[in-house]
Ligand binder design. Structure first.
Ligand code: GLC
Length: 649
């Protein structure tokens, strides 16, 4: 049988680059030829019209081959091991932590010495916040990258990173790094060349000779940082032009309508894959495609590009999963797992930003009805994909769920949102939270929320007031929030410092490179003498560290908590209690969370409505076994308490 021209082209490239298709490189060659036509289709959806289409397509394929040749044996073996496990990232045995290397342990070498700390806690997956070169003072926490391949000197060297990864591998730990896909720092080599007048690199960004198109786009594009970087364009005096800068003025948006940008970024993605990344966090994917007259977020071609990236990584680094950091409306987040024939074939992982925000909503109101109403899109997640479940991260909390959901629960969306913002900013009467509003947009009244888990839960104020009752409440809230996200399904991603109840750090106000961005209040510098307190019984650190550890251990012992898309919400009987069931084979686990400070009562009947009539339930959190009572008797949850009840008979 004759090969199709595309297959022939692929086969010729493989032999040109000395790929041994019959023996050593057989698996790669097969994957390459299997995916080549999908890669071409997706590529042409975006670039068919482009005058440089042919050269760029070939360059993309060559990149896949060349980077495969660079892939170390240890990672090729790990790819095989993962493919045998199937969807390895669904496992209940994975718990992550996200951290800034410099703020956690000074540098990479320091982090390597802390691996025992993660083991003690039960964390076996690390998300290192950006460590590649990024100008201090204009770094956006590392998300303004000036060199994608050079580890910033303040963190160490590429060799340090490789040593750390080798150690993590021997300890069976997983690694996540970011690819900042949407933009580069204006100090990146490409930006510098563009500024110097090189047309090849000017085409890597979006430049405009006057305000015509920028003004038009500004009307439809939302502002991300309206206070510190209003609008989405920045004037470049060297060129007398405007450049697109959706985030800060020093982050220049990459022009993905130029296929050379895609090829260059694909090469970088595979460079990270070859460092040994297990999950690649694709930063801000919602923004990578722009079209006039639109909000320039979540556009169909952004999805095409992600699908293309998925196909390419499947060929060259099949063990590396993709996380799409799309912090967008619930109905949009779900599309990052792929739709139609690409269902479960785009990003493997996404942040459950909706659930995270809903938990903060319930904590402020003591009412779980909005959370329940908003579950529909969350539960659409296809099998084989999973969430990052979390309560806090380095970013602000956006209340991204729709107004209709709030309204359908009987609340006025405007007043409800205003209450939440004031509650967490601490300005509402009686609020125990100590956070701050972030990115207030006076035009739309929009705002997000900054603050650490502990401070938002009331610990900072309670300590200042020396109020033992409020301290107790705050500690319970911290663990309630962590437990809910850990048992909901998905990879729990702790945020460094939260395992030790760090409150806000206001030192950023004295640093001109940071004081314009109050997200720094919840990016603590770890004080290892404080962390030593975890060994002192009776201390806050002891309690939070050990309870967090216990949550991780419970999760690890119960395979039912793997993300088999096995969550069913319980019929609501008490508005203060959120409850769901995790099921697997003939096992069932009831998970209930009380979002109010007072006791909540749930009738035993609640446990009999889901196809079973259990008689005994074991609470994995308290260790107690409960005999299921009569329908009109109650199971009682204390204030801000939760229960993880396994049906034992
Ligand atoms: C992502 C990051 C955020 C950063 C932005 C721009 O949302 O999480 O910290 O500011 O992308 O890169």
């Amino acid at each position: 049988m004759n090969l199709t021209p595309l297959h022939q082209f692929g086969t010729d490239l493989l032999s040109k680059y000395k790929i041994d298709s019959t023996k050593k490189d057989k698996a790669f060659s097969q994957q390459f030829l299997k995916h080549i036509s999908t890669i071409e289709n997706l590529f042409d959806e975006v670039y068919a019209w482009h005058p440089k289409r042919n050269e760029a397509f070939e360059a993309l394929l060559v990149t896949l081959i060349q980077q495969y040749k660079e892939r170390a044996d240890v990672f090729l073996k790990k790819d095989i091991k993962k493919s045998k496990l199937g969807h390895w990232y669904l496992s209940n045995e994975i718990t992550g932590m996200s951290l800034y290397v410099d703020r956690f342990s000074e540098n990479i070498q320091g982090l390597q010495k802390k691996l025992a700390y993660f083991k003690e806690l039960g964390v076996n997956f690390l998300h290192l916040m950006p460590i590649f070169e990024s100008p201090e003072g204009e770094s956006d926490g590392g998300y303004a990258v000036s060199d994608f391949r050079k580890v910033a000197t303040r963190f160490g060297t590429l060799q340090d990173l490789q040593n750390l990864i080798a150690d993590m591998n021997t300890s069976n730990m997983y690694l996540m790094l970011d690819i900042v896909l949407n933009h580069t720092s204006h100090h990146h080599e490409w930006a510098k060349k563009a500024k110097a007048g090189d047309p090849y690199y000017q085409d890597f960004f979006y430049f405009f000779d006057n305000r015509g198109i920028p003004d038009q786009l500004d009307q439809t594009m939302p502002e991300i940082f309206p206070e510190s970087s209003p609008g989405s364009f920045t004037y470049v005096p060297e060129l007398n032009k405007w450049v697109m800068t959706v985030f800060h003025h020093y982050q220049w948006d990459l022009n993905f309508s130029n296929p050379n940008v895609l090829v260059a970024m694909m090469d970088t993605i595979l460079f990270y894959a070859n460092l040994g990344v297990d999950i690649l966090r694709i930063d801000a994917p919602a923004f990578i495609w722009k079209e006039i007259g639109t909000g320039c977020q979540n556009l169909p071609k952004a999805h095409t590009l992600l699908r293309l990236i998925k196909q390419c990584t499947q060929v060259t680094s099949p063990g590396m999963a993709l996380l799409g950091e799309a912090i967008v409306a619930p109905n949009e987040i779900i599309k990052y797992f792929g739709t139609d024939k690409y269902t479960a074939n785009e990003c493997d992982v996404a942040y459950n930003a909706t659930q995270m925000a809903l938990q903060w909503d319930a904590l402020a109101t003591g009412d779980t009805r909005i959370m329940l109403k908003a579950q529909h899109p969350i539960l659409q997640k296809p099998y084989g994909c999973t969430w990052i479940s979390y309560t806090r991260c380095h970013d602000d909390i956006g209340l991204g769920y729709d107004d209709e959901i709030i309204a359908s629960t009987g609340f006025d969306p405007y007043h409800h949102r205003t209450y939440l913002k004031n509650y967490y900013a601490g300005s509402h009467d009686g609020s125990v939270a100590a956070g701050a509003l972030f990115s207030v947009n006076p035009k739309t009244n929009d705002a997000r929320i900054s603050g650490s888990l502990a401070s938002l839960c009331g610990l900072e104020k309670a300590i200042a007031w020396n109020n033992a009752g409020e301290i107790e409440n705050a500690l319970r809230k911290i663990i309630l929030m962590q437990a809910h996200s850990m048992f909901m399904g998905g990879i729990p991603m702790l945020y460094y410092g939260d395992e030790m109840a760090y409150t806000n750090d206001y030192s950023y106000l004295n640093d001109p490179g940071k004081n314009y961005d109050n997200r720094w209040m919840h990016r603590p510098i770890i004080d290892w003498t404080k962390n030593e307190q975890r060994k002192i019984k009776g201390s806050i650190e002891y309690r939070i560290f050990n309870e967090t550890k216990q949550l991780i251990q419970i999760r690890k012992t119960l395979p039912i908590l793997s993300d088999f898309s096995n969550v069913t919400w319980m019929t609501p009987h008490n508005i203060h209690v959120a409850g769901f069931i995790r099921s697997f084979e003939n096992k069932k686990l009831f998970c209930l969370f009380n979002y109010q400070p007072a006791d909540s009562f749930v009738t035993w009947y609640t446990f009999k409505e889901h196809g079973i009539r259990p008689s005994q339930l074991k609470d994995h959190w308290t260790g107690l076994t409960h005999n299921v009572g009569n329908d009109n008797e109650f199971f009682i949850l204390g204030g801000y308490q939760f229960a993880i009840l396994e049906v034992i008979s």
